[in-house]
Design a protein. Structure first.
Length: 303
């Protein structure tokens, strides 16, 4: 199965960090190493992986010598030509839906901060699979009255009681629903007049990704399965049971702010890369951003 990574440099702010407008695109060391293992482990266990990015993103990975990570190639044109009527300052994950619409099913859209350590084919039990369901109690899941949409957006048929789902890892096995959902999400983002979110709650991008998807699925009679169950139906939420998925998610805030935790994770990642992918380790060890971790990673267990 093909997976896609999506990295758009157009947004200057996301859920975790901000950068000054006009400043060069960059990532932290732990973010790069997570992406490296995300691509390599997917290739090892599940299939090919492609990167959708834009010219600044392509240049960033090229400087690190990493463009060969994506064995199904790097597309730096699609996101560059995506509608400029989508406000990247609000819809910081818009590129994932743009790329999803371009792909043919079966396909997997996977966040670059997520690693799949094993084969997941046997866990695909529904037309659409997500990493897990989410609670409507999360502050970003607001009511219809608090969302702004462009004129003419189709609100019909949406059940607001449906549980949202994580979009960190999504598998679509059929084109028809994949395209139906992506088209509706893009129609919510393109030309949307919202200019900023109230406070720090990213209600609009999370609606487009994680709430609209299960709403559309229910309206179309499509079932969404959860990866954080095994094929017998047993829950895998426990860290003792879930040995398949690592998702940094809100741990990124801790890692950005805690140098010690960041160094420890990077050293463990470096050890894993050096052990299983020595050719890639040689490339990373030449990088000014990453070389210190490849000197310090011996003797550490993998994450």
């Amino acid at each position: 199965m093909r997976a896609i990574h999506v990295v758009s440099t157009r947004p200057t702010t996301n859920y975790y960090v901000s950068r000054a407008k006009g400043s060069p695109y960059r990532q932290a060391d732990f973010e790069v190493l997570t992406t490296v293992l995300s691509a390599l482990e997917w290739r090892r266990h599940n299939g090919v992986v492609r990167l959708y990015t834009d010219p600044p993103g392509q240049e960033f990975y090229d400087r690190l010598g990493l463009l060969d990570l994506w064995d199904d190639g790097v597309d730096a044109r699609l996101l560059e030509s995506a509608s400029q009527t989508i406000n990247g300052g609000v819809f910081w994950s818009f590129g994932k839906i743009v790329a999803l619409r371009q792909e043919a099913a079966p396909c997997c859209v996977m966040d670059v901060d997520l690693i799949v350590w094993d084969g997941i084919r046997q866990l695909v039990t529904a037309e659409v699979m997500s990493l897990h369901e989410e609670s409507l109690g999360f502050a970003a899941y607001v009511g219809r009255d608090r969302l702004v949409a462009p004129p003419g957006f189709d609100w019909s048929g949406l059940d607001w009681s449906v549980a949202p789902c994580s979009a960190a890892l999504l598998v679509f096995t059929q084109d028809a629903f994949k395209d139906e959902y992506a088209d509706r999400a893009l129609s919510f983002m393109a030309g949307n007049p919202v200019r900023s979110e109230p406070g720090s709650v990213p209600a609009h991008p999370i609606f487009a990704e994680q709430r609209l998807l299960p709403m559309c699925a229910k309206a179309s009679g499509v079932r969404i399965g959860s990866f954080l169950r095994d094929h017998t139906g047993a829950e895998l939420w426990s860290g003792r049971k879930n040995r398949t998925f690592t998702h940094l998610w809100n741990a990124k805030s801790l890692l950005h702010d805690n140098p010690r935790e960041r160094r420890d994770l990077c050293a463990r990642y470096a050890h894993r890369v050096r052990r299983d992918y020595p050719d890639v380790a040689k490339v990373l060890a030449r990088s000014e951003l990453l070389r210190e971790h490849f000197r310090a990673g011996d003797g550490l267990r993998h994450p």
